[in-house]
Ligand binder design. Structure first.
Ligand code: ADP
Length: 192
């Protein structure tokens, strides 16, 4: 298996680039944000619990997202690999992901980190809020809370994989195609 983490702040373009990467490298796209939103849409217990955190721009508890990832990996055993988007977001999630992959004799092969300035992030998220239907994009206070959660809890995840020498940083500003080209170059270097 070839497993990729796409890492970056809310609004850094992970969703857009993920779609292009999974198509090119035939990976299974795993977005915890999408999984949580579909639980909410389905009105499940898990979705209702998660919604309280998401509406405030806070992270959903680790055990909730780890459970979702565990079942996603188990139900896609034949996948060529996974692209994790929006996960892991805490040190605990990162450690748990390494363990889960190890059970399948796999590991994270590369962590692609997208770098975007805070002002650009806020601008993009407010813009997306006009059409995405996502309430957490419509309110600047919630957006700032999400970025703050990223700085407080998620930034440490990069450190976890930096120690393992797996992090490759790319600029997240520029055209979608230029950003994709630089991410592809990083992946190709690890594959070859
Ligand atoms: P964004 O990256 O733009 O914030 P996501 O769709 O990745 O969007 O996440 C939306 C919300 O879902 C987050 O603000 C958080 O509340 C919750 N969430 C998503 N992934 C995780 C995760 N791995 N751990 C905890 N909460 C998560």
């Amino acid at each position: 298996m070839f497993n990729v983490i796409l890492f970056g702040a809310p609004g850094s373009g992970k969703g857009t680039q993920s779609q292009k990467i999974v198509e090119k490298y035939h990976l299974k796209h795993v977005s915890t944000g999408d999984l949580l939103r579909s639980e909410i849409a389905g009105g499940t217990q898990l979705g209702m619990e998660a919604k309280k955190f998401m509406d405030g721009g806070l992270l959903v508890p680790d055990e909730v997202v780890i459970g979702m990832i565990d079942s996603t990996i188990n139900s896609n055993k034949d996948a060529k690999g996974f692209l994790f988007d929006g996960f892991p977001r805490t040190a605990v999630q990162a450690e748990k992901l390494d363990e889960l992959l190890e059970q399948h004799n796999a590991e994270i092969n590369i962590v692609l980190a997208l770098e975007v300035s805070e002002e650009e992030l806020v601008k993009r998220l407010l813009e997306r809020g006009k059409t995405s239907g996502r309430s957490d994009d419509a309110d600047e206070t919630v957006i700032r809370s999400r970025i703050e959660e990223y700085r407080k809890k998620t930034a440490v995840v990069a450190g976890h994989y930096q120690q393992l020498n797996k992090v490759k940083t790319s600029p997240g500003e520029g055209t979608i195609d230029a950003i994709f080209a630089s991410l592809s170059t990083e992946i190709d270097q690890v594959i070859s």
